[in-house]
Design a protein around this ligand. Sequence first.
Ligand SMILES: Cc1cc2nc3c(=O)[nH]c(=O)nc-3n(C[C@H](O)[C@H](O)[C@H](O)COP(=O)(O)O)c2cc1C
Length: 172
Amino acid sequence: MKILLTSSSRHGSTDEVAAVIAERLQAAKIDVDIKRPEDVDVVDGYDAFILGSAVYMTKWTPEAVDFTERFHESLKARPVWAFSVGLSGLPKGKVSDPMRIGPVLLAIDPEDHVTFPGRFDPSKLSLRERSIARLGGASEGDYRDWDQVRQWADAIATSLYDNTLTARRGNG
Ligand SMILES: Cc1cc2nc3c(=O)[nH]c(=O)nc-3n(C[C@H](O)[C@H](O)[C@H](O)COP(=O)(O)O)c2cc1C
């Protein structure tokens, strides 16, 4: 079983979440390629996909959105899990809801979409980014919940194995 995990990150926190997901899947003996969405030219040979993006100004990155458009047909034909990394939903980290992610994901009908809390580290940001995030009410901190990320990855591994079993049974 081989899956493609794409991660679109500006400042690394989404990439770190993706790395933990990959680790859990690899521990479950699933073959995982991690790539930036803009570096992917072909998706043949993958049995499933996990798409991750940081949320900026309520949206997935343009590279992540572009990926879902370029490979729309393949994504519709295979199981897809999606995750967003952002600060919305946190008591003091409200930038804005990732409302606009909805239409992007609806078009590919994923098995599941989850939003993981991210990180706000002003020292890594440009002045402009810092001001926008502060205006949105973000407060400094790393809110990532690694147990939550691991649990989500483990549930995907289980589901992939269940799918494979069902497919084998279906083939007689
Ligand atoms: C300029 C700016 C805009 C942001 N806009 C949003 C937003 O609309 N919704 C949200 O949930 N988080 C927002 N965030 C928080 C980021 O999604 C969060 O910091 C995330 O961890 C960044 O991921 P990355 O390190 O992979 O780039 C914003 C952060 C910045 C700096």
